[in-house]
Design a protein around this ligand. Structure first.
Ligand code: CA
Length: 247
């Protein structure tokens, strides 16, 4: 899955240069030249990451970063601050406002991409291209493949035929293993929060995913946690995994 990056930068030459490099690297890019415009864009489509200039015409990038952190819908979005300032105090202010990283202008496209990649890997592992291997399942995001070890110690691995939604769902769960996710969280992170779908859709796709995993005896990895949500775990669950998600 491709990450959508919101670039907030009022110097158009820099904005264009950043957008060009990000698009070349395969990201989806939306640009804003003020905080007001950035807010409007984030209201319609929630970005996966925000690249935020410090000095903007209507509000400082720092104040906007604090605002994003305060609101429930945007509080988890990774933020990378861009600035011409080099003083140590500014850097600390930026990090205290909730920025994940900090890039000082002028920067090279290579540095920019390396920093974005590091933040994506750390904060949005479900959008990273890294192969994930847990509990005898191996998920390869680039090849869009899931393979399972059919037997302990058996090199023979079988590929699971997976639809795009089941693949994204499994990728998200594996990337955030041993954590419980509510249906709303799964809808927002796997389907996107601007898409209107009923909560029950999650249950339907979880059921399909378990059916696929059942073929290779791995359905126990996707667990229902009563009253809370779903989780991917290598630890066997005491309660029955077939139990219905409570309404
Ligand atoms: Ca600026």
């Amino acid at each position: 899955m491709t990450a959508t990056i919101l670039v907030v930068e009022d110097e158009l030459a820099i904005q264009e240069l950043i957008a060009l490099n990000l698009k070349k690297a395969g990201y989806l890019v939306v640009c804003a030249d003020s905080v007001g415009q950035a807010k409007k864009m984030a209201d319609s489509v929630l970005p996966d990451l925000v690249l935020l200039d410090w000095m903007l015409p209507d509000m400082s990038g720092l104040a906007f970063a604090r605002k994003l952190r305060q609101e429930e819908r945007t509080k988890d979005i990774p933020i990378i601050m861009l600035t011409a300032r080099t003083q140590e105090n500014d850097k600390i202010d930026g990090l205290e406002a909730g920025a994940d990283d900090y890039i000082t202008k002028p920067f090279s496209p290579r540095e920019l991409l390396a920093r974005i990649k590091a933040v994506v890997r750390r904060r949005l592992p479900e959008l990273s291209d890294d192969v994930i291997e847990i509990g005898g399942l191996k998920l390869d995001p680039i090849a869009h493949r899931v393979r399972a070890e059919t037997n302990e110690g058996n090199a023979n691995k079988s590929e699971l035929p997976m639809g795009p939604t089941e693949f994204r769902l499994l990728h998200f769960l594996m990337a955030h293993k041993e954590r419980v996710h509510t249906r709303t969280q799964l809808l927002n992170r796997v389907w996107g929060d601007h898409v209107f779908i009923e909560d029950r859709t999650v249950d339907v796709h979880i059921r399909r995913l378990r059916k696929l995993l059942e073929v290779v005896g791995k359905e126990h990895l996707v667990q229902t946690v009563r009253g809370a949500g779903y989780r991917f775990s290598v630890e066997r669950q005491e309660e029955c995994i077939e139990s219905k998600f409570p309404s």
